[in-house]
Design a protein around this ligand. Structure first.
Ligand SMILES: Nc1nc2c(ncn2[C@@H]2O[C@H](COP(=O)(O)OP(=O)(O)OP(=O)(O)O)[C@@H](O)[C@H]2O)c(=O)[nH]1
Ligand SMILES: [Mg+2]
Length: 196
């Protein structure tokens, strides 16, 4: 998809704030600092539209990006950031549980994990949760520019095994630096949303 027009429609914390346009929607989830905002920026050809930062835990709202008034990308705040209080963590859990369980236009979830490491316990919990709600899943292994090409097949097996992925779940290795995997991620989004 050729993207020229992107707008941050709303940073929402409650369902009554979610957009009501009826466009299909894809969410981006993953632990803090894994590269969610960087992936979104590459997909929409912007350098720094979705805010990237070296300070993890920055994004604390569900950010709805209107893409060409055809679909929404939803940047989900990252989990697993140590400096966030227990109270904040519970608030986060309630917010995303409500979103994933109730949001009708949601057509699939892109779940990001760091391609360099074994998926963490929290990554696995996130995938279990998305499986429970039967949401179509694309797992993106990020920062693959830091993995030698000869080791990349092994990354995919490690991700599939560590997250106990189902056959229908797809895995794409991605780099925001050299844009490896960008077309594959877009192909999955187009397939799930029916938008071209
Ligand atoms: N080498 C490399 N670095 C990356 C890549 N993607 C992201 N980063 C770096 O990782 C850090 C975090 O990236 P973000 O995109 O802000 O991560 P995020 O998941 O949106 O983080 P939160 O909003 O805090 O949840 C930044 O310093 C990025 O420059 C990548 O593909 N390769
Ligand atoms: Mg972010």
């Amino acid at each position: 998809m050729q993207v020229n027009n992107v707008n941050l429609r709303i940073s929402a914390v409650r369902p009554d704030q979610y957009p009501k346009d009826g466009f299909p929607e894809v969410a981006f989830a993953g632990r803090s600092n894994v590269g969610k905002s960087s992936l979104t920026n590459v997909l929409i050809n912007r350098r720094n539209y979705a805010r990237t930062s070296s300070q993890p835990g920055k994004t604390q709202t569900l950010n709805f990006y209107d893409i060409e008034s055809k679909l929404f990308f939803v940047d989900v705040p990252g989990y697993g950031y140590a400096k966030v209080s227990q109270k904040e963590r519970e608030k986060w859990a309630r917010m995303i549980e409500t979103y994933f369980s109730e949001r009708q236009p949601l057509r699939g979830v892109v779940t990001l994990v760091d391609a360099r490491h074994e998926p963490t316990k929290l990554d696995k919990q996130m995938v279990d949760f998305l499986h429970y709600y039967d949401l179509p899943l694309l797992v993106v292994g990020t920062k693959v520019d830091k993995v030698p090409k000869s080791r990349r097949n092994r990354c995919v097996s490690q991700i599939r095994k560590g997250l106990a992925l189902r056959q229908a779940d797809q895995v794409v290795l991605f780099s925001a630096v050299d844009k490896t995997g960008k077309d594959d991620v877009w192909a999955w989004i187009e397939k799930q949303t029916g938008v071209k």
